[in-house]
Design a protein around this ligand. Structure first.
Ligand code: NAP
Length: 304
């Protein structure tokens, strides 16, 4: 049985030299359920204390369709204002470029102001990674690149990434950037396996992009399967999980982390114990047979 390597204790964000934990924590759902800055601080501490130093947010997190734009960044900003030393312990990632009620806006004017407003809500001088959240089909990549390069030159952003970009969109933006992309953030989970075979992860490896996996549990669907396919994938993960004395979610995170592109799953839970538990995924080792069994369950058809 061919063993796959364990993830390293830290990964580097692209070629930036910025060291991040091999698993991240995300704040999409932070501003839900009336969470206060005190509640948010407990979650930030839970992640950092578990060795998770890579924190992902976005300006739109908190938006419920009518209000709440910026609320997740605002909460984290209050946490950082109350305890400024926390900033040094984290690699802080945010995103922008989705502007309700418009679908997407990456005009120069909008992007510049979106970056400034994120910094102001987060109460920081700079972020470590700024990601274009979703591509704006109406923005020329050369114009987007110019704004992003200027923001890096101004010290507002240390590194750049994208999310939900197609491969040609990544290639086009990267072509025009002086400060090349270091990260890409597609949806990847044992229920969302497109990128394993469509070339996205191969492109990431070729360009040296660190892939961050959003919704690594399928937005929670892996823990509450809804379809026969969900059940089949969960059953394969459980088979492995039982053998290794871990939970299904830790099996899912570690399954993603075993890929050679160095996928960093973004834990979506807003429960301290579940965030801490997720960090254990870095200690879990897969072999080829078990890894492919999960993939085949997700494909629903055998590999050729
Ligand atoms: P996920 O891990 O797939 O799902 C998390 C959800 O599953 C939470 O509601 C969580 O509830 C629930 N859950 C149920 N049982 C769980 C268990 N045993 N362990 C952990 N969670 C369990 O992740 P996600 O929240 O959908 O996304 C994760 C992160 O990805 C986000 O925070 C964000 O940073 C990023 N994201 C990015 C994009 C993008 O377009 N770039 C889109 C979506 C998400 P509890 O909180 O109650 O544990």
């Amino acid at each position: 049985m061919s063993e796959l390597p364990l993830p390293p204790a830290t990964r580097t964000l692209g070629d930036s030299g910025i060291a991040v934990s091999p698993i991240a924590w995300g704040m999409w759902r932070l501003a839900e359920n009336g969470r206060t800055a005190g509640d948010a601080a407990k979650l930030v501490h839970a992640a950092l204390d578990a060795g998770i130093n890579f924190l992902d947010t976005a300006d739109i997190y908190g938006f419920d369709g009518t209000a709440g734009f910026g609320d997740a960044e605002q909460l984290l900003g209050e946490v950082l204002a109350a305890e400024p030393a926390l900033r040094q312990r984290m690699v802080l990632a945010t995103k922008g470029g989705i502007m309700p009620p418009l679908p997407y806006d990456q005009s120069a004017q909008y992007l510049q102001s979106a970056i400034d407003k994120s910094l102001s809500r987060l109460k920081v001088d700079s972020v470590d990674l700024w990601q274009v959240h979703r591509p704006d089909i109406l923005a020329h990549p050369q114009e987007v690149a110019r704004v992003l390069d200027d923001a890096v030159a101004a010290g507002k952003i240390r590194t750049l990434g994208v999310s939900n970009f197609t491969m040609p969109q990544i290639a086009a933006l990267n072509q025009f950037l002086g400060h090349k992309l270091v990260a890409t953030q597609p949806e990847i989970s044992p229920l969302r396996i497109d990128c394993f075979e469509n070339g996205e992860l191969d492109q990431a490896m070729m360009l040296g992009l660190t892939p961050l996996a959003w919704s690594p549990l399928g937005g929670g669907r892996l823990t509450s399967p809804e379809t026969a396919r969900d059940e089949a994938v969960a059953a394969e993960l459980d088979r492995f999980a039982v053998q290794h004395g871990i939970s299904r979610s830790v099996a899912a995170y570690s399954w993603l982390m075993a890929h050679p592109a160095g996928i960093i799953p973004i834990i979506g839970s807003q429960q301290a114990e579940r965030i801490a538990e997720g960090a254990a995924a870095a200690q879990v080792r897969w072999n080829r047979q078990d890894w492919y069994a999960v993939l085949v369950a997700a494909r629903g058809v055998p590999l050729p």
